[in-house]
Design a binder for this molecule. Sequence first.
Ligand code: CMC
Length: 425
Amino acid sequence: MSKTAILEIDGKKYEFPVIKGSENEEAININKLRDLTGAITIDPGYKNSGSCTSGITFLDGELGILRYRGYAIEDLADNANFLEVSYLLIFGELPTAAQLQQFETDIRKHSLVNEEMKGIIDGFPKTAHPMGVLAALTSALTAFNPKSVNVENEKELYQAVCKTMGKFLVIATWTYRKSMGYPLNYYDNTKGYVENFMNLMFALPTEPYKLSSVVTEALDKLFILHADHEQNCSTSTVRMVGSSHAGLFASISAGVSALWGPLHGGANQAVLEMLEEIHQNGGDTEKYLAKAKDKNDPFRLMGFGHRVYKNFDPRAKIIKKAANEVLGTLGVDDPILEIAKKLEAAALEDEYFKARNLYPNVDFYSGIIYRALGIPTDMFTVMFAIGRLPGWIAQWKEMRENKEPIGRPRQVYTGSPLREFKKPV
Ligand code: CMC
């Protein structure tokens, strides 16, 4: 017999079905709650509320498990490349060699960005944060791609996916080129996606650009680890915006803005700035640990804690190992890595952090790798956005294909009761 949940209000009992996910997670389906009882539920920050059912990513925060479409993140990070993982997330299955090649070709075909976009970029001051510029440019792409995607047309949807993957990568790097005053680069059709990223970022017309495989492999891994994370803040934003049937570029642009905040993707930049500050102040990690524990101090240990992971973040484990390997292979001796390790060790032994299950998250070590690869600090969150793009697309597509209703939460009003209009004197 299927499970139900009983709710009692004023002595009257109501029964609600309990649904089960494929990994046995349970949820009480309350979609008839208001009709039956007149009441709603309230759950700020959605700590206990599921917004959808989804077949894309499985995450168990207690056990530290993360899987995309059933594949363990550790397996994918070791054996797949970023475009294979993107295809898997978006279309549900790993691509065959022919499908992957076609996907790469189609992304290349759509990577050209309308030249008029350059005029828009010129309107930004050089000092603008790249995430703000990226959100605006992504939104501006709607002007050049005004036709809304018919999600029931497989070919059209596939084309929209390739367009988004191609153009987003190019404009993401243009935010950096603009800030440096460099000429804007174009996608090179002879190179792979991740190689293209580095080329778009760093190649100059005055000299040949040589790229080491250590760099592309490290980036591939980092992008894979960021590629999806079920209903996080930016992904929920993308689904919410898309639920009004706003287009893919408009929805992704909103996701970029949501990602920018320091409690979400902006944490990777904040972590590095924090580590640099500790380094400049003599490396006193204890002082910063004490600040993080002080309830009168707004300072938080950036890169620590997670809404869902209450054991460890499996991505952080992989990234820590990769940071050691990349810095070792590139021969980079960065004192910041030692400070990060010292801070982590001290926090893991500290009662405050232990009691609250605060562990390093994906952002704690990623910045150290980006820095070793020559990525400027204020581009770190853009890196996160490039990695998260296939996840956003997959979630948007699933939401539309499942014909989810427009997202429209309710509220409990706590303002003034009806009052008579009188002009203040
Ligand atoms: N440093 C110090 N104390 C912390 C931290 C931290 N980094 N994170 C949480 N706490 C404390 C918090 O003060 C609270 O203490 P108390 O119970 O005494 O009031 C308790 O731990 C629970 O915190 P919370 O804010 O209720 O937890 P949350 O689930 O709402 O927030 C979080 C999760 C990630 C926003 C938070 O841990 C945080 O602000 N971390 C630092 C920012 C960061 O690294 N963000 C990246 C998240 S992972 C990548 C991503 O998804 O974007």
